[in-house]
Design a protein around this ligand. Sequence first.
Ligand code: PLP
Length: 469
Amino acid sequence: MNIGGRISGQRLAVLLGSWRRGSRQGAVALASAIELQVLDGHLPIGTQLPAERELADALGASRTLIGAALDRLREAGLVASRRGAGSWITSPSSGGSAPIRSTPDTDDIDFVCASAPAAPGMTAAVDAARRKLVDEFAGTGYGERGLVTLRERIAQRYTDRGLPTSPTQIMITNGAHHAFVLALRMIAGPGDRVLVEQPTYPNALEAIRAAHALPVPVALDRDGWDFEGIEAALRQAAPRLAYLILDFHNPTGLRMDDEGRQRLAALLTKARTPVVVDETLVELDFGNAVAPRPFAAGDWSILVGSSSKSYWGGLRIGWMRASEDLLSRLSSARYGSDLGSPVFEQLVLSELLIDPEPLRRRRETVRTQRDALAAAVREHCPEWTFRFPDGGFWLWCKLPEPMSTRLAVAAASRGVLLAPGSRFAANGGLERWIRLPFSQPPDRLDEAMRRISLAAASVRGEANVVPVT
Ligand SMILES: Cc1ncc(COP(=O)(O)O)c(C=O)c1O
């Protein structure tokens, strides 16, 4: 039974990127590209697909090719169709016997999710938090702003970084993404525009679309932010909100310097545009340069932060920093979606924040992984280029030709799950780029690059090249 939403032909065309360019076997390539979107969770089970004619128009392909691709997907059990009801995404386990590629197995290397296992010190923090939890039992456990001790420690971190902050300016959330969504829902409504960098964090784009708002992308190139482009977008599109990542940007790894921050603050203040600055990666700083001060632009800047990259994604604890006035509006608006964050996890993070060691060791490990991944790219894919980042979790690699989506499809069949460049774009494109996370141990990174180089060779029609082993 189909119980999902419907995806338009145009939206599906954007998701699919350049699946077809250069492909001799159009139907197979299209079926694989759709399968990749299903595996990535972009086409949930139950999603109603556009009619063949609409899809053919949107993709600029013949109906015969669309029909052949759908046949393949039906055979693989990924699509079901019924006369009069159209076609929808289904689960391979509910029927079908010939998958287009083998389902993910334990040997698959996940390069889509850029996250690491729990930081060292987590067990000790959990034990300490368990002892302190008893003291919380006398209270109700509710509190939309979060535990005072945790807010004090987070406020102190901002103050130490050069932005004096009181605990009354902090609200604890269930991760940085949750913090962004709360701000987005309060500030922007359906039809409103939200300025974003291009490329940007894909889940932020998802959230903007889910709020029925429209992303307004401003290109971010390898050298940094295009301030004239931002100024023009603020003037012409009059966005209700801006969402920017200034520290070890996802996916480029870039960091905006102090001068850039001042320039940006002046532009946003002049345009009176509220901004969410996502600082999720700020603590994964390998310490090669003096850190810029946190971004500040009057009463309408919201900084969001997270424990996910510094300590562990499973904690699901983040926060937002805003002026007291704005924060009280944000905390009231929160009642529309949730009633606060779990006390135990907040206690765990409070413990982690008083010990500098877990974060120091996390940075050391990730820096070693960055070096290992950079070496593996140079060895296995010497034509790829990238900027060496001073922090964060990924290399943003430029490919020798526009092939990111095809590379992701080919890599999946070799057991590496990749997020193609188009995932980081508001309206598709970025086919010359791929994001490679260095969130895994060096030997896994090397193995991933070995497999990716084979996938790249097959995409470029060089499957007969003997790989370096
Ligand atoms: C820029 C950025 N913001 C937010 C998140 C999600 O953060 P959280 O797990 O705290 O919700 C990520 C995760 O990769 C990210 O890269």
